[in-house]
Design a protein around this ligand. Structure first.
Ligand code: SF4
Length: 515
């Protein structure tokens, strides 16, 4: 399928800003040094509406008064359609169709849709290619093998970054050879993340082929530990609580189907909608280091092929932690999914059964899968319906609770609602509270009491909440043990603060300030 970019630039797929074929940046956000003749001007013959679309980055929004919402030249899991998203659909259509016949590249396969339609089109099975359910624990998967696998590994490996001046491969400060990634923007949403260092490790010394058997052997190793330990939280009354995570790759994971001995791509977040665009678990440490992808892959492989073994092992780990908690006089909380989601009903059942096996431990999850919210759950498993799900999942929740008056939920508060109210230093940088000697860590705080009050007013208006029901984190921590039964608060949580409200039945909405 041809990229939407081709409509404007022909088929060589160069970045219009820097002119490189493998520019790693989204359209409109290029940071590379431009080649001679770039940035390229948008064809002046196009209508203004077409130009707007051509200038947009793949996931950029245009303000409420602008016509265009988003341009997505991308694919999501299994789905390879190209989508242009516009708030004023007919205007864009008119613009494109007017000039369509004279534009380079193909028109076929391009859908014009409103932002709401775009979100609706994401997730919920993502039709278009064969989906298997062959593993012992069912999931939506497809095989990744043969040429497709080799091509993907080639794209991850990329090509040497040759200096135009010297003709030699460029090297970084540490003397390592630089490379240009061959990965496409679509790879992020439809292919599982594999760190380049691992790919190089499985590339044969003669440079001709990959050792796929060694790759599979690495992926099928059983993890020694499934629970990942988080920070210990201190409550206002001095109580301690130890947090743990369990999870795997967000959106698209890799695993081995041990029946067929083939690598499979797993749809780990079937309810994901707009969240996938900005998913915290698809960046940062998860992709910076070599370890996480392989660890995630081993967990998924174990879970899918041997759910009983997985359950026995995690139960052992939880029981051990619960015992240590009892002896050390602290509570144990487990966040199900630091990344990923309940990818099948059978998997949801398995997670709930583990909670039932450990009644003294508190479990909680954020989810974009409506069934996890609407079904019966164990008393010690708190589910937070989370913003950013596909429209299909949203509809199921809204049918029961249109204004989220009773469904425990979490919302991502956009910067425009709070950033100007945060405490800053003389240079205008965030003045965080509790940073270490190197200035790292700490939490975001508001400027003063008036700013906190203003923030509450804004949140109340934006989300239809009563101002009095909104607490900041400190207020919540002070009150949390005395919230009368039946009363629900909404809690503002800033980066650097804890996750306790997500695990508290007395909190309706956790209002997460966007990081
Ligand atoms: S459901 Fe969660 S983990 Fe999955 S893509 Fe969305 S934000 Fe990321």
């Amino acid at each position: 399928m041809k990229l939407f970019r081709e409509l404007f630039e022909g088929t060589d797929n160069r970045c219009p800003q820097c002119g490189m074929k493998n520019c790693p940046h989204p359209l409109g956000k290029c940071k590379c040094k431009p080649l001679p003749g770039y940035p390229k001007k948008v064809d002046e013959d196009l209508s203004p509406e077409q130009k707007r679309v051509g200038q947009l980055g793949p996931y950029e929004k245009v303000g409420p008064k602008g016509a265009v919402g988003k341009l997505v030249g991308g694919e999501s899991f299994i789905n390879t359609s190209i989508q242009a998203v516009a708030e004023n659909k007919s205007a864009i259509l008119r613009g494109i169709l007017k000039e369509g016949s004279s534009l380079p590249g193909a028109m076929g396969g391009i859908k014009i849709m409103t932002p709401a339609e775009f979100v609706a089109n994401q997730g919920d099975g993502e039709p278009g290619e064969e989906v298997d359910e062959a593993t012992k624990l069912p999931a939506s998967t497809r095989e990744l093998k043969g040429q497709e696998l080799t091509d993907y590994l080639d794209r991850i490996r990329g090509s040497a970054d040759i200096s135009k001046k010297t003709g030699q491969v460029k090297v970084d400060k540490k003397g390592k050879e630089k490379y240009v990634s061959g990965k496409t923007k679509q790879d992020k949403f439809r292919m599982p993340y594999i760190h380049r260092a691992s790919v190089m490790g499985f590339y044969s010394p003669d440079g001709k082929k990959y050792n796929i058997d060694a790759l599979k052997a690495a992926m099928t190793q059983r993890p020694t530990k499934l629970l990942k330990q988080n920070e210990k939280m201190k409550h206002s009354n001095g109580e301690l609580e130890q947090f743990f995570n369990i999870g795997f790759a967000a959106l698209v994971g890799s695993a081995v189907d041990e029946n067929t001995n083939e690598i499979i791509i797993v749809n780990t977040c079937p309810g994901a909608g707009s969240c996938k665009i900005d998913c915290f678990a698809m960046k940062g440490g998860k992709i910076q280091y070599e370890g996480p992808w392989l660890s995630d892959s081993r967990i998924l492989t174990y879970l899918l092929n041997d759910p009983e073994g997985f359950k026995a092992q995690i139960n052992d780990e939880i029981k051990q932690e619960a015992l240590e908690g009892k002896e050390g006089n602290y509570g144990v909380s487990i966040r199900w999914h630091d990344a990923g989601d309940f990818f099948s009903p059978e998997y949801l059942d398995l997670a709930f059964s583990i909670a039932r096996d450990n009644p003294t431990v508190k479990f909680y999850a954020y989810t974009k899968v409506a069934a996890a919210v609407l079904g019966t759950k164990p008393a010690n498993f708190m589910i937070n319906w989370s913003e950013g799900a596909s429209t299909g999942q949203e509809k199921q929740i809204k049918a029961q609770d249109p204004n989220l008056d009773t469904t425990k939920n979490s919302r991502i508060v956009p910067e425009k609602l709070f950033y100007d109210l945060l405490k800053k230093d003389a240079k205008g940088n965030l003045d965080k509270e509790g940073t270490n000697a190197k200035g790292a860590g700490g939490r975001w705080v508001t400027r003063d009491a008036a700013a906190t009050s203003e923030l509450k007013q804004r949140l109340a208006k934006a989300y239809g909440l009563s101002v009095n029901s909104i607490l900041n984190y400190d207020e919540y921590m002070a009150k949390r043990n005395s919230i009368p039964k039946g009363m629900k608060y909404n809690v503002i949580v800033a980066p650097g603060e804890g996750d306790i409200s997500a695990n508290d039945a007395g909190v309706l909405s956790t209002l997460l300030l966007k990081h």
